[in-house]
Design a protein around this ligand. Structure first.
Ligand SMILES: CNc1ncnc2c1ncn2[C@@H]1O[C@H](COP(=O)(O)O)[C@@H](O)[C@H]1O
Ligand SMILES: [Zn+2]
Length: 362
């Protein structure tokens, strides 16, 4: 790239970082700072719970296949699953998103039982909610429009948690998670996610809990087509979730169904590339979906695990698909239509972004 190209790239990078953004697909334990993971692992090493030297290189390794990611998550859960560390990582993760001008964050996490730490799904979620309350005000990057206006003055309120069902769980355990989510609605929980190793578990196991969530008015998002599984993709599309994540391995007839359904898709460019779910970013299904205006949201999936950020995902989209600032602005803005928070806050965020649009004539 020549000097002018470099400068344009740097300008777009700064613009993507400073632009107000919405993140709708991030897993708490996939978003932990590497420095925190290393520190917690070192502590456990000193206590003799793990051998630090054995895990250090696994934590810092950058390229990982999809199966390797799930081995790593099991390690993260050993390192980070006690109440205090859950509270700490939640606070840090939200502050990190806020620091790059994420104005609304749906952070999902799998409530966990861990008898050895006296942890139940409920106490795990209490630790997460404590972390949200402990979020400090973050100094936001300045606006891309030359003033220093803050778009999110109360970072504490920017995060709406969702509860994940892990594909390793039974129907009863999935049901317990949905009941917990319903119980915690007043504390800000906004939805249910189905995630976990896509090679494990059967759709029929989770369907009763997902149907129950829907009956109770709790929005549902589902990891769909992360590996080829036509039968399941079909069943998910028939269920018609409020959003889906990934959508990498779909046959032509599934694509037609998905496009007709207008179900918003959480797009995770780096995650899909690093786990070899797509051959390269330029071959990503984003291109086809963008050309027909299908609702999409640029997301990170696991910013810690994949060394990325929402700003970086925006920059990747802008630079790979040659999108202008105004096209990127449109992409950031339409994400508001897919958030799970109730109408009031949805309208609020929409207004914030609209005000910016009017003020700056974008
Ligand atoms: C890479 N693509 C992915 N596909 C499917 N599930 C994923 C995932 N990335 C993360 N998770 C799910 O999120 C958990 C970690 O966060 P929490 O402990 O819930 O906060 C993982 O154990 C897995 O169940
Ligand atoms: Zn995910």
């Amino acid at each position: 790239m020549d000097g002018a190209g470099d400068a344009a790239g740097e300008d777009m990078k700064a613009w993507c970082r400073a632009h107000p953004k919405i993140e709708l697909h991030a897993h708490l334990n996939g978003s932990i700072r590497e420095s925190t993971l290393l520190e917690l692992a070192k502590d456990l090493g000193e206590k003799g719970v793990i051998v630090f030297e054995d895990v250090e290189h696994i934590i810092t390794k950058s390229g990982r296949s999809l199966p390797e990611c799930f081995i790593l998550f099991d390690l993260f859960h050993v390192i980070a699953t006690d109440h205090n560390s859950v509270t700490r990582i939640t606070r840090e993760v939200v502050e990190d998103f806020a620091a790059e001008n994420v104005v609304y964050l749906e952070l999902r996490t799998t409530p966990k039982n861990n008898e050895s730490k006296g942890m139940t799904k409920r106490s795990y979620m209490k630790a997460v909610l404590d972390g949200l309350s402990a979020v400090d005000t973050v100094e936001l990057v300045s606006s891309p429009f030359g003033n220093n206006r803050l778009w999110c003055t109360k970072e504490k309120d920017m995060c709406s948690p969702s509860l994940s069902i892990d594909r390793r769980e039974t129907t009863a355990a999935a049901m317990e998670t949905v009941n917990l989510a319903l119980e915690l609605r007043d504390s800000g929980v906004v939805g249910i996610d189905l995630s976990g190793n896509p090679l494990i578990g059967k759709w029929q196991t989770f369907l009763p809990a997902l149907t129950y969530a829907r009956e109770k008015g709790l929005p549902v998002t589902i990891h769909c087509g992360e590996v080829p599984n036509k039968e399941e993709v079909n069943a998910i599309l028939d269920f018609c979730p409020d959003r889906i994540g990934h959508a990498c391995f779909l046959d032509e007839d599934d694509w037609q169904k998905l496009k007709a359904s207008k179900i918003p898709i959480e797009i995770c460019l780096t995650s899909n590339c690093k786990t070899n779910c797509v051959p390269s970013i330029k071959d990503h299904h984003f291109v086809d979906l963008y050309s027909i205006d299908h609702p999409m949201i640029l997301c990170t999936d696991d910013p810690g695990l994949f060394s990325t950020s929402v700003s970086n995902e925006y920059y990747l989209a802008a630079s790979t698909f040659e999108l202008s600032k105004s096209e990127m602005h449109h992409l950031a803005f339409i994400a508001v239509d897919s958030i799970f928070a109730d109408d009031g806050s949805s309208i609020f965020w929409k207004r914030s972004l609209k005000a910016m649009k009017n003020d700056h004539g974008i």
